[in-house]
Structure formats: structure tokens, C-alpha cells
Write a protein that binds this ligand. Structure first.
Ligand SMILES: NC(=O)c1ccc[n+]([C@@H]2O[C@H](COP(=O)([O-])OP(=O)(O)OC[C@H]3O[C@@H](n4cnc5c(N)ncnc54)[C@H](O)[C@@H]3O)[C@@H](O)[C@H]2O)c1
Length: 250
């Protein structure tokens, strides 16, 4: 079946919660071996256990995406779950540190670039030697409307996410000769990251006013798009950024 991930091994970063956890569950449902990683090792272990209890194949590993050492260990662990390849990497881990530019400290700017942009680079670099060259290798990055159209109070996050768009397109061109596709998802969903903008009355209505469908998705509504990019169904799609955001970016 075109959307099946049977026999594939996937690493999802930041998968202890939110969109990463939903993607990990969906990958397992599609038949993949999944290494659930997060800086929060307990959260990752909890998601992996839940997947295994539901009959899927999952393990967990602590992974701060800024650490090349931890990324290498995670890749080794994932490779041992299947045939030695790691077919799919989802660079999903993320955090925010909003502030207006005039008040934003250099530390907060560097930290957010470090987690999102450098973290995606670190994990992609670590997985590269294990990506198969038979057309099943996938890197799926996670960007944001903030990186496509900018967001007030998030110069750090917007710059990091725009950087991820450039990383996606450059790696897509470079890795095409290894038959590896590289794409990005720009989601919008109800997760811990969006808790404040969803629950603050003023922020919430201002945000939803920009979304054509005028509602937030649950993470489970975003996850199938990760499965699509990971699967054979997307074998001829590379270098693309797909907003999955109810019409925020049109
Ligand atoms: N939720 C949205 O509407 C939305 C919109 C656009 C983009 N995104 C992006 O989607 C991704 C997932 O976000 P989410 O909404 O699920 O948020 P979330 O806060 O629910 O989950 C983020 C996860 O990343 C982990 N994490 C944080 N720093 C890490 C690090 N250094 N190394 C490894 N893991 C780390 C956290 O522990 C957490 O489990 C992020 O890249 C985010 O920027 C989300």
C-alpha cells in the first residue's frame, strides 16, 4: 500500500508531546518502527510505551536536538530497531521565547535559533549515513507560518523557521542524488506551544481571524501529512513546504 510504512524506521524529535507525539503514533499505525525522542526523556518514554501497548513498535531515547552526541546515539539505537537504516527523520522539536524585538535578549534569540535551526541541522547530519539510497529516505522538517509570513513578537522563532525553509530546499537539492526527499510541514494545532494564544481571549480571536477555517486543529489532524511525506505516496515530492493550517497561509 502506498501509504504503508511497514519495514521503515523513523526518528521523531520532540515527540514527547504535541505534534511530534501524534506523528510518532501515526507512523507506528502505518507500520513503522519508531524511535520517540525528546529532551524530556520521561515524556518520550511515556509516548513509546503507549504506542507499544497499542501494538506498535516503538522505543524512546533522550535527545536534546542541540547535542550531536545524543543525536548520534539516537540514530544508532533507531538503526538497530530494523534493518540498519533510518528511513525517516522528523525534525519537530521546538520551543518559543516570545518578546517584542526591542525587549528580546540576545540569549533568547540564539537559543531559539539553536533549538530549531541548528537542531534540525544536527539531527539531519547525524542521520545522513543511515538514510537509505533506494528512494525511501525522508527528512521532514517542521516550519511555521511565522517563517513564511513573519509574526509580531517572535523575531527569533520566525527567523529560525525561515531558516528551516532554506535548509529544507537546499538539502532537497543536495540529497536528491541519494534519492532522499526533504520537505517541510507548516502546521497550526492545539498543543502546549499554542496554549497561551488559544486561551487568552484577545489573542485567540485575533489569531483565529487570520485562519480561513477559523478553528484550531488537533495534532491528529496534522499527523497524516507527516505519514504522506514519509511514505511512497510522496516519492516525487521534494523541497516543498506544505502549510497544514486551515488556511492561515494562502
Ligand atoms: N502547534 C502549532 O500550532 C505550531 C505551529 C507552527 C509550528 N509548530 C512547530 O511544531 C513543532 C512541534 O510543536 P508543538 O506545537 O507540538 O509543541 P509542544 O510544545 O507541544 O512540543 C514540543 C516538544 O519539543 C520538545 N523540545 C523542546 N526543546 C527541545 C530540545 N532542545 N530538544 C528536543 N526536544 C525539545 C518539548 O519537550 C516538547 O515535547 C515545533 O517545531 C513548533 O515550532 C507548531
Amino acid at each position: 500500500m502506498t501509504f504503508s510504512l511497514t519495514g521503515r524506521t523513523a526518528i521523531v524529535t520532540g515527540a514527547g508531546a504535541g505534534l511530534g507525539a501524534a506523528a510518532a503514533r501515526a507512523f507506528a499505525e502505518a507500520g513503522a518502527n519508531v524511535l520517540v525522542t525528546d529532551i524530556d526523556a520521561d515524556a518520550a518514554a511515556c509516548v513509546a510505551r503507549e504506542i507499544a501497548d497499542a501494538g506498535g513498535r516503538a522505543e524512546s531515547a533522550p535527545l536534546d536536538v542541540r547535542s550531536a552526541e545524543q543525536a548520534a546515539a539516537a540514530v544508532t539505537q533507531a538503526a538497530a530497531m530494523g534493518d540498519g537504516s533510518v528511513h525517516i527523520l522528523v525534525n519537530n522539536a521546538g520551543a518559543i521565547a516570545p518578546a517584542m524585538f526591542s525587549k528580546m535578549e540576545e540569549e533568547a534569540f540564539r537559543r531559539i535559533i539553536d533549538i530549531h535551526l541548528i537542531g534540525s541541522w544536527v539531527c539531519s547530519k547525524a542521520v545522513l549515513p543511515h538514510l537509505p539510497e533506494d528512494g525511501t529516505g525522508r527528512i521532514i522538517n517542521v516550519t511555521s507560518a511565522a517563517g513564511l509570513t513573519g509574526t509580531i513578537g517572535q523575531a527569533n522563532y520566525g527567523a529560525a523557521k525561515a531558516g528551516i525553509v532554506g535548509l529544507t530546499k537546499s538539502l532537497a537539492k543536495e540529497l536528491a542524488r541519494q534519492k532522499v526527499t526533504v520537505n517541510a510541514v507548516a502546521p497550526l494545532a492545539a498543543t502546549a506551544m499554542t496554549h497561551k494564544v488559544r486561551t487568552d481571549e484577545k489573542l485567540s480571536s485575533a489569531n483565529l481571524a487570520r485562519v480561513a477555517m477559523a478553528r484550531w486543529a488537533e495534532p491528529e489532524e496534522i499527523a497524516p501529512v507527516f505519514v504522506f511525506f514519509a511514505s511512497d505516496a510522496a516519492s516525487y515530492v521534494t523541497g516543498q513546504v506544505l502549510p497544514v493550517d486551515g488556511g492561515l497561509v494562502i
